[in-house]
Design a binder for this molecule. Structure first.
Ligand code: DP6
Length: 360
Protein backbone atom coordinates (compact mmCIF):
# COMPACT_ATOMS: atom_id res chain seq x y z
CA UNK A 1 0.00 0.00 0.00
CA UNK A 2 1.22 3.52 -0.70
CA UNK A 3 0.39 6.88 0.86
CA UNK A 4 -1.61 7.80 -2.25
CA UNK A 5 -4.28 5.26 -1.41
CA UNK A 6 -5.30 7.39 1.56
CA UNK A 7 -6.25 10.34 -0.63
CA UNK A 8 -10.06 10.30 -0.94
CA UNK A 9 -11.62 10.34 -4.41
CA UNK A 10 -14.48 12.76 -3.66
CA UNK A 11 -17.10 13.50 -1.05
CA UNK A 12 -20.84 13.11 -1.46
CA UNK A 13 -21.73 16.10 0.74
CA UNK A 14 -19.83 18.37 3.09
CA UNK A 15 -22.04 18.96 6.12
CA UNK A 16 -22.57 22.53 7.32
CA UNK A 17 -21.84 21.77 10.95
CA UNK A 18 -21.71 19.06 13.56
CA UNK A 19 -19.82 17.54 16.50
CA UNK A 20 -17.77 14.36 16.76
CA UNK A 21 -16.09 12.93 19.84
CA UNK A 22 -13.77 10.04 20.70
CA UNK A 23 -11.87 8.62 23.62
CA UNK A 24 -8.53 7.11 22.69
CA UNK A 25 -6.00 5.32 24.91
CA UNK A 26 -2.28 5.52 25.42
CA UNK A 27 -0.14 2.44 24.73
CA UNK A 28 3.04 0.94 26.10
CA UNK A 29 5.59 -0.50 23.69
CA UNK A 30 7.11 -3.94 24.32
CA UNK A 31 9.48 -3.56 21.36
CA UNK A 32 10.34 0.14 21.14
CA UNK A 33 10.12 2.57 18.25
CA UNK A 34 13.24 4.73 18.49
CA UNK A 35 14.55 6.39 15.34
CA UNK A 36 12.65 7.52 12.28
CA UNK A 37 13.02 8.61 8.70
CA UNK A 38 11.25 11.40 6.81
CA UNK A 39 7.43 11.51 6.99
CA UNK A 40 7.24 9.67 10.27
CA UNK A 41 8.51 6.38 8.84
CA UNK A 42 9.88 4.25 11.69
CA UNK A 43 13.49 3.11 11.56
CA UNK A 44 12.44 -0.19 13.14
CA UNK A 45 9.26 -2.14 13.83
CA UNK A 46 7.54 -1.97 17.23
CA UNK A 47 4.68 -3.59 19.12
CA UNK A 48 2.62 -2.36 22.07
CA UNK A 49 -0.05 -3.22 24.57
CA UNK A 50 -2.96 -0.84 24.20
CA UNK A 51 -3.89 0.60 27.61
CA UNK A 52 -7.35 1.00 29.07
CA UNK A 53 -7.29 3.70 31.76
CA UNK A 54 -4.91 6.34 30.37
CA UNK A 55 -7.03 8.02 27.74
CA UNK A 56 -7.65 11.32 26.00
CA UNK A 57 -11.19 12.48 25.29
CA UNK A 58 -11.53 14.85 22.38
CA UNK A 59 -14.52 16.48 20.80
CA UNK A 60 -14.43 18.50 17.60
CA UNK A 61 -17.20 20.94 16.79
CA UNK A 62 -17.05 21.93 13.16
CA UNK A 63 -18.71 24.69 11.22
CA UNK A 64 -18.27 25.42 7.54
CA UNK A 65 -16.56 28.74 6.82
CA UNK A 66 -18.21 31.16 4.41
CA UNK A 67 -15.21 30.76 2.15
CA UNK A 68 -12.37 28.22 2.15
CA UNK A 69 -9.27 30.08 3.36
CA UNK A 70 -5.54 29.38 3.07
CA UNK A 71 -5.15 28.86 6.80
CA UNK A 72 -6.39 26.25 9.21
CA UNK A 73 -8.83 27.72 11.65
CA UNK A 74 -9.39 26.28 15.11
CA UNK A 75 -9.79 27.07 18.79
CA UNK A 76 -8.19 24.72 21.25
CA UNK A 77 -9.49 24.03 24.73
CA UNK A 78 -7.61 21.77 27.14
CA UNK A 79 -9.70 20.73 30.13
CA UNK A 80 -12.13 23.52 29.27
CA UNK A 81 -9.52 26.32 29.10
CA UNK A 82 -7.91 27.83 25.98
CA UNK A 83 -4.40 26.40 25.52
CA UNK A 84 -2.32 28.41 23.07
CA UNK A 85 0.87 26.32 23.67
CA UNK A 86 -0.72 23.24 22.07
CA UNK A 87 -1.74 25.03 18.89
CA UNK A 88 1.55 24.85 16.90
CA UNK A 89 1.71 21.06 17.27
CA UNK A 90 -1.87 20.74 16.03
CA UNK A 91 -1.21 23.13 13.19
CA UNK A 92 1.75 20.96 12.09
CA UNK A 93 -0.47 17.89 12.33
CA UNK A 94 -3.17 19.54 10.19
CA UNK A 95 -0.57 20.47 7.56
CA UNK A 96 0.70 16.88 7.43
CA UNK A 97 -2.76 15.33 7.05
CA UNK A 98 -4.38 17.89 4.77
CA UNK A 99 -3.58 15.97 1.57
CA UNK A 100 -5.53 13.00 2.98
CA UNK A 101 -8.44 15.01 4.42
CA UNK A 102 -8.87 17.80 1.87
CA UNK A 103 -11.90 19.31 3.65
CA UNK A 104 -9.89 20.62 6.62
CA UNK A 105 -9.52 24.22 5.40
CA UNK A 106 -13.27 24.45 4.69
CA UNK A 107 -14.09 24.46 8.40
CA UNK A 108 -13.57 26.24 11.66
CA UNK A 109 -13.05 23.77 14.52
CA UNK A 110 -13.48 24.00 18.25
CA UNK A 111 -11.29 21.22 19.65
CA UNK A 112 -11.97 20.33 23.27
CA UNK A 113 -9.61 17.83 24.83
CA UNK A 114 -8.89 16.36 28.26
CA UNK A 115 -6.81 13.51 29.68
CA UNK A 116 -7.86 10.88 32.23
CA UNK A 117 -4.38 10.92 33.74
CA UNK A 118 -3.10 13.80 35.86
CA UNK A 119 -1.85 16.84 34.00
CA UNK A 120 1.97 16.89 33.71
CA UNK A 121 2.29 13.40 35.18
CA UNK A 122 5.13 12.71 32.79
CA UNK A 123 2.79 10.34 30.94
CA UNK A 124 3.11 11.01 27.23
CA UNK A 125 -0.21 12.28 25.95
CA UNK A 126 0.83 12.43 22.31
CA UNK A 127 -0.30 8.86 21.50
CA UNK A 128 -3.75 9.21 23.03
CA UNK A 129 -4.13 12.87 22.05
CA UNK A 130 -3.14 12.59 18.40
CA UNK A 131 -5.14 9.40 17.85
CA UNK A 132 -8.26 10.91 19.44
CA UNK A 133 -7.99 13.92 17.13
CA UNK A 134 -7.37 11.77 14.05
CA UNK A 135 -10.45 9.71 14.96
CA UNK A 136 -12.60 12.84 15.15
CA UNK A 137 -11.47 14.05 11.72
CA UNK A 138 -11.97 10.59 10.22
CA UNK A 139 -15.46 10.46 11.70
CA UNK A 140 -16.17 13.70 9.84
CA UNK A 141 -14.86 12.18 6.62
CA UNK A 142 -17.00 9.08 7.17
CA UNK A 143 -20.11 11.27 7.36
CA UNK A 144 -19.18 13.00 4.08
CA UNK A 145 -18.56 9.82 2.07
CA UNK A 146 -19.97 6.54 0.86
CA UNK A 147 -19.73 3.87 3.51
CA UNK A 148 -16.25 2.77 4.54
CA UNK A 149 -15.50 -0.57 6.23
CA UNK A 150 -14.34 -0.56 9.86
CA UNK A 151 -11.06 -2.07 8.72
CA UNK A 152 -10.41 0.71 6.19
CA UNK A 153 -11.53 3.32 8.71
CA UNK A 154 -9.13 2.06 11.39
CA UNK A 155 -6.29 1.77 8.93
CA UNK A 156 -6.66 5.35 7.75
CA UNK A 157 -7.03 6.65 11.34
CA UNK A 158 -3.81 4.86 12.24
CA UNK A 159 -2.11 6.29 9.14
CA UNK A 160 -3.21 9.83 10.07
CA UNK A 161 -2.33 9.40 13.75
CA UNK A 162 1.20 8.35 12.79
CA UNK A 163 1.65 11.72 11.11
CA UNK A 164 0.82 13.39 14.45
CA UNK A 165 3.02 11.15 16.58
CA UNK A 166 4.50 7.81 15.57
CA UNK A 167 3.37 5.84 18.60
CA UNK A 168 -0.18 7.23 18.21
CA UNK A 169 -0.73 4.88 15.26
CA UNK A 170 -0.71 2.00 17.77
CA UNK A 171 -3.59 3.38 19.90
CA UNK A 172 -6.68 2.82 17.74
CA UNK A 173 -7.21 -0.89 18.36
CA UNK A 174 -6.11 -3.43 20.94
CA UNK A 175 -5.04 -5.45 22.76
CA UNK A 176 -1.73 -5.68 20.84
CA UNK A 177 -0.77 -3.50 17.90
CA UNK A 178 2.26 -3.85 15.67
CA UNK A 179 3.71 -1.07 13.49
CA UNK A 180 6.58 -1.13 11.00
CA UNK A 181 7.44 -3.49 8.19
CA UNK A 182 9.11 -6.68 9.33
CA UNK A 183 9.50 -10.07 7.65
CA UNK A 184 8.02 -12.14 10.49
CA UNK A 185 4.65 -10.33 10.55
CA UNK A 186 2.42 -10.60 7.53
CA UNK A 187 0.66 -7.37 6.61
CA UNK A 188 3.04 -5.23 8.70
CA UNK A 189 3.47 -1.72 7.34
CA UNK A 190 5.53 1.41 7.97
CA UNK A 191 2.44 3.49 7.21
CA UNK A 192 0.04 2.30 9.92
CA UNK A 193 -0.31 -0.03 12.87
CA UNK A 194 -2.10 -3.37 12.54
CA UNK A 195 -3.89 -5.45 15.12
CA UNK A 196 -1.39 -8.17 15.99
CA UNK A 197 -2.46 -10.95 13.57
CA UNK A 198 -1.32 -14.12 15.37
CA UNK A 199 -2.48 -16.19 18.32
CA UNK A 200 -2.04 -14.66 21.77
CA UNK A 201 -2.07 -16.86 24.88
CA UNK A 202 -4.74 -16.04 27.44
CA UNK A 203 -2.14 -15.18 30.09
CA UNK A 204 -1.76 -11.87 28.24
CA UNK A 205 -5.45 -11.01 28.44
CA UNK A 206 -6.07 -8.66 31.35
CA UNK A 207 -2.33 -8.07 31.79
CA UNK A 208 -1.74 -5.29 34.33
CA UNK A 209 0.38 -2.18 33.91
CA UNK A 210 0.82 -0.19 37.11
CA UNK A 211 2.49 3.06 36.10
CA UNK A 212 4.78 4.48 38.74
CA UNK A 213 5.13 8.25 38.47
CA UNK A 214 8.75 8.73 39.45
CA UNK A 215 9.28 12.16 38.00
CA UNK A 216 6.50 14.40 36.80
CA UNK A 217 8.70 17.21 35.56
CA UNK A 218 9.18 18.26 31.97
CA UNK A 219 11.63 15.94 30.17
CA UNK A 220 14.99 17.52 29.30
CA UNK A 221 15.01 15.83 25.89
CA UNK A 222 11.83 15.25 23.86
CA UNK A 223 11.17 12.00 22.00
CA UNK A 224 11.37 13.90 18.73
CA UNK A 225 14.94 15.00 19.51
CA UNK A 226 15.78 11.48 20.75
CA UNK A 227 14.59 9.93 17.48
CA UNK A 228 16.78 12.42 15.57
CA UNK A 229 19.84 11.32 17.52
CA UNK A 230 19.54 7.81 16.06
CA UNK A 231 20.80 9.26 12.75
CA UNK A 232 24.49 8.47 12.70
CA UNK A 233 24.24 6.74 16.08
CA UNK A 234 27.17 4.30 16.44
CA UNK A 235 24.86 1.40 17.40
CA UNK A 236 21.89 2.23 15.14
CA UNK A 237 22.24 -0.71 12.73
CA UNK A 238 22.59 -3.28 15.51
CA UNK A 239 19.65 -1.75 17.40
CA UNK A 240 17.34 -1.79 14.38
CA UNK A 241 18.29 -5.41 13.62
CA UNK A 242 17.63 -6.33 17.25
CA UNK A 243 14.09 -4.91 17.09
CA UNK A 244 13.27 -7.10 14.05
CA UNK A 245 14.68 -10.12 15.81
CA UNK A 246 12.82 -9.41 19.07
CA UNK A 247 9.54 -9.15 17.17
CA UNK A 248 10.20 -12.49 15.57
CA UNK A 249 11.01 -14.06 18.95
CA UNK A 250 7.88 -12.59 20.49
CA UNK A 251 5.71 -14.52 18.07
CA UNK A 252 6.15 -17.85 19.83
CA UNK A 253 6.38 -16.16 23.25
CA UNK A 254 2.96 -14.59 22.74
CA UNK A 255 1.34 -17.72 21.39
CA UNK A 256 2.76 -20.06 24.04
CA UNK A 257 2.45 -17.67 26.96
CA UNK A 258 6.18 -18.01 27.66
CA UNK A 259 6.43 -15.37 30.39
CA UNK A 260 10.10 -16.01 31.11
CA UNK A 261 11.21 -15.09 27.59
CA UNK A 262 8.61 -12.31 27.49
CA UNK A 263 10.29 -10.71 30.51
CA UNK A 264 13.77 -10.98 29.04
CA UNK A 265 12.69 -9.36 25.76
CA UNK A 266 10.61 -6.59 27.34
CA UNK A 267 13.16 -5.57 29.96
CA UNK A 268 16.00 -5.73 27.46
CA UNK A 269 14.03 -3.49 25.07
CA UNK A 270 13.47 -0.92 27.83
CA UNK A 271 17.12 -0.86 28.84
CA UNK A 272 18.28 -0.79 25.21
CA UNK A 273 16.08 2.25 24.57
CA UNK A 274 17.77 4.06 27.44
CA UNK A 275 21.18 2.74 26.39
CA UNK A 276 20.61 4.39 23.00
CA UNK A 277 20.00 7.70 24.79
CA UNK A 278 23.12 7.30 26.90
CA UNK A 279 25.28 6.52 23.86
CA UNK A 280 23.99 9.15 21.44
CA UNK A 281 25.80 12.38 20.69
CA UNK A 282 24.92 14.43 22.68
CA UNK A 283 24.19 11.78 25.32
CA UNK A 284 21.48 12.12 27.94
CA UNK A 285 19.86 10.20 30.78
CA UNK A 286 16.11 10.22 31.41
CA UNK A 287 16.08 7.67 34.23
CA UNK A 288 16.27 8.99 37.79
CA UNK A 289 17.83 7.33 40.83
CA UNK A 290 14.37 6.14 41.88
CA UNK A 291 13.87 4.49 38.48
CA UNK A 292 16.90 2.29 39.22
CA UNK A 293 15.79 1.61 42.79
CA UNK A 294 12.44 0.38 41.48
CA UNK A 295 14.10 -1.86 38.87
CA UNK A 296 16.32 -3.42 41.54
CA UNK A 297 13.37 -3.99 43.86
CA UNK A 298 11.45 -5.69 41.02
CA UNK A 299 14.37 -8.01 40.26
CA UNK A 300 14.77 -8.91 43.91
CA UNK A 301 11.06 -9.55 44.43
CA UNK A 302 10.74 -11.58 41.23
CA UNK A 303 13.48 -13.91 42.39
CA UNK A 304 12.05 -14.30 45.90
CA UNK A 305 8.41 -14.67 44.90
CA UNK A 306 8.79 -16.70 41.73
CA UNK A 307 6.29 -14.39 40.03
CA UNK A 308 6.46 -12.88 36.55
CA UNK A 309 6.43 -9.21 37.37
CA UNK A 310 8.62 -7.14 35.04
CA UNK A 311 9.15 -3.54 34.01
CA UNK A 312 9.32 -1.43 30.94
CA UNK A 313 10.13 2.24 30.44
CA UNK A 314 9.11 4.83 27.91
CA UNK A 315 11.18 7.90 27.14
CA UNK A 316 11.18 9.15 30.71
CA UNK A 317 11.79 8.25 34.34
CA UNK A 318 8.42 6.59 35.03
CA UNK A 319 8.27 2.82 35.34
CA UNK A 320 5.55 0.60 33.87
CA UNK A 321 5.20 -2.50 36.05
CA UNK A 322 3.72 -5.39 34.04
CA UNK A 323 2.22 -8.58 35.52
CA UNK A 324 -0.45 -11.15 34.73
CA UNK A 325 -3.91 -11.02 36.28
CA UNK A 326 -3.43 -14.29 38.19
CA UNK A 327 -0.48 -12.84 40.14
CA UNK A 328 -2.08 -9.53 41.06
CA UNK A 329 -2.85 -10.52 44.67
CA UNK A 330 0.85 -11.07 45.31
CA UNK A 331 2.33 -8.38 43.07
CA UNK A 332 0.07 -5.42 43.83
CA UNK A 333 0.71 -5.45 47.61
CA UNK A 334 4.45 -5.56 46.81
CA UNK A 335 4.08 -2.55 44.50
CA UNK A 336 2.22 -0.60 47.19
CA UNK A 337 4.63 -1.43 49.93
CA UNK A 338 8.02 -1.40 48.19
CA UNK A 339 7.71 0.60 44.98
CA UNK A 340 5.20 3.39 45.61
CA UNK A 341 7.56 5.02 48.18
CA UNK A 342 9.86 5.80 45.20
CA UNK A 343 7.07 7.69 43.36
CA UNK A 344 6.79 11.45 43.39
CA UNK A 345 4.09 12.28 45.96
CA UNK A 346 3.30 8.55 46.10
CA UNK A 347 1.49 8.80 42.74
CA UNK A 348 0.80 5.83 40.49
CA UNK A 349 -1.86 4.76 37.96
CA UNK A 350 -3.46 1.32 37.80
CA UNK A 351 -3.87 0.47 34.15
CA UNK A 352 -4.25 -2.73 32.18
CA UNK A 353 -4.34 -3.95 28.62
CA UNK A 354 -7.23 -2.43 26.65
CA UNK A 355 -9.16 -2.78 23.44
CA UNK A 356 -8.69 0.59 21.78
CA UNK A 357 -10.54 3.80 21.03
CA UNK A 358 -14.25 4.41 21.59
CA UNK A 359 -16.71 6.72 19.91
CA UNK A 360 -18.45 8.98 22.43
C1 DP6 B 1 10.02 5.67 23.62
O1 DP6 B 1 5.73 8.50 19.21
O2 DP6 B 1 6.44 10.09 21.03
O3 DP6 B 1 7.66 5.82 23.58
O4 DP6 B 1 6.83 10.18 16.45
O5 DP6 B 1 8.28 11.96 17.39
O6 DP6 B 1 5.90 11.78 18.15
P1 DP6 B 1 7.13 11.05 17.64
O7 DP6 B 1 7.63 10.11 18.82
P2 DP6 B 1 6.82 9.25 19.87
O8 DP6 B 1 7.97 8.22 20.33
C2 DP6 B 1 7.69 7.23 21.25
C3 DP6 B 1 8.90 6.54 21.63
C4 DP6 B 1 8.77 5.55 22.78
C5 DP6 B 1 8.72 4.11 22.26
C6 DP6 B 1 7.44 3.64 21.66
O9 DP6 B 1 6.34 4.07 22.08
O10 DP6 B 1 7.52 2.74 20.81
Amino acid sequence: MSEKEFIPASYTTLKEEGTVAYSSPSNIALVKYWGKRENQIPANPSISFTLAACTTKTSVQYKKKDKKSDEFSFDLLFEGEPKEEFKPKINTFLKRIEAYLPFLKEYHFVINTSNSFPHSSGIASSASGMSALALCFMEMERSFSESISDEDFNRKVSFLSRLGSGSACRSIEGPLVQWGETASIEGSSNLFGIKYPYAVHEVFSNFHDTILLVDKGEKQVSSTVGHELMHGHPFATQRFDQAHSNLEKLKSVLSKGDLKTFISIVESEALTLHAMMMTSNPYFILMKPNTLSIINEIWKFRQESNTHVCFTLDAGANVHVLYPEYEKDIVFPFIKEKLVPFCQNGQYICDRIGLGAKKL
